[in-house]
Design a protein around this ligand. Structure first.
Ligand SMILES: O=P(O)(O)O[C@H]1O[C@H](CO)[C@@H](O)[C@H]1O
Ligand SMILES: O=c1cc[nH]c(=O)[nH]1
Length: 296
């Protein structure tokens, strides 16, 4: 194409110098909420030792209210909204953005929240494989009037590397497990507390226990399409989600707001250690030299 307009990001190849703006990106972190992804950018600003408090970090996608995007050195932090359609639109445009910007060796991580299965609330789950609602490691994309089945395997070495980083954090449990991805938060996740509910408490528990026995440790709403698209486009990808409750014990999220905020920071803490280790900065307070990123 002579010009590529990344409509939902309010960016384009003729209107923006994408290699100059994004060419040094090595890590992309994505998550549902715009506020969380801004907070993550501010946190990484501090963690990477940049000057100032990072409070004035600019939303690169401010021209649209669909998604928010923040850049801190080699780290891009992007919101994706809720559910498969929302994240898949963002990923199409983000992956084209990385291509136009000539980025190389990029690692992409979803940092999210989820419902846990049989594990302590506040635990962090690193996904090895994303499963659909039938516990299959696949994502079904409708293309024209065909159902195209795509693999949802994630990078096993990256998951192990993240698990190793978690050993430095002693405040909460972290584990590797399967993640089930659904099209809905209520009926789709076997909740009894939606506006509609057509099954019994016994049926719900029977389904969730089968999911547990199939290796599922948490449930969320984006991991299958994320794994499938990143895998097909050659991006090393991981999904790291904190659990807000144990779904074998209830449906409503009753934790106080401050606890929710603290839980949401857990995947961010882990990813910060991972990024700093990859950059050779872990346990150092040195100021980053931007030239390092431009030359690597
Ligand atoms: O915390 P985020 O990243 O939004 O992810 C989870 O939370 C949302 C539901 O509350 C869904 O998008 C689910 O996947
Ligand atoms: O139970 C939960 C909690 C967060 N996100 C989900 O998708 N499900």
């Amino acid at each position: 194409m002579d010009e590529d307009i990344l409509y939902h990001l309010d960016l384009g190849t003729k209107t923006h110098n994408l290699p100059a703006m994004f060419g040094d990106i090595k890590f992309v972190c994505v998550g549902g909420s715009a506020n969380r992804m801004k907070a993550f950018a501010q946190f990484m600003h501090k963690e990477l030792g940049f000057e100032g408090d990072g409070k004035d970090v600019k939303d690169i996608c401010a021209g649209t209210d669909r998604y928010s995007m923040y850049k801190v050195g080699p780290v891009l932090s992007v919101s994706h909204g809720m559910g498969i359609p929302s994240i898949s639109i963002m990923l199409h445009e983000l992956i084209k953005l990385l291509h136009h910007a000539k980025c190389r060796g990029v690692t992409i991580i979803r940092i999210g929240t989820s419902g846990g299965l049989g594990i302590e609330p506040g635990s962090v789950v690193i996904t090895d494989t994303a499963l659909d609602s039938f516990f299959k490691p696949q994502f079904e994309q409708i293309i024209l009037d065909n159902v195209v089945v795509r693999s949802t395997e994630l990078d096993k070495d990256l998951a192990e590397e993240l698990l190793n980083c978690s050993k430095e954090i002693h405040d909460f449990p972290t584990m590797i497990g399967h993640t089930m991805c659904t099209y809905d938060f209520y009926e789709g996740q076997g909740r009894l507390d939606g506006a509609l509910c057509s099954f019994s408490s016994e049926k719900k528990l029977e389904y969730l226990k089968r999911a547990y026995n199939a290796g599922v440790r948490n449930i969320e709403m984006e991991s299958t399409v994320f794994a499938a698209m990143c895998g097909l486009c050659g991006l090393k990808a991981a999904v790291v989600c904190v659990t807000l409750l144990n779904r074998l014990e209830g449906d409503q999220i009753t934790i106080p707001h401050e606890v929710l905020l603290e839980y949401q920071q857990r995947p961010q803490q882990l990813i910060s250690i991972f990024i700093k280790k990859r950059l050779g900065l872990h346990n150092q307070n040195n100021l980053l030299d931007n030239a390092f990123f431009l030359s690597n």
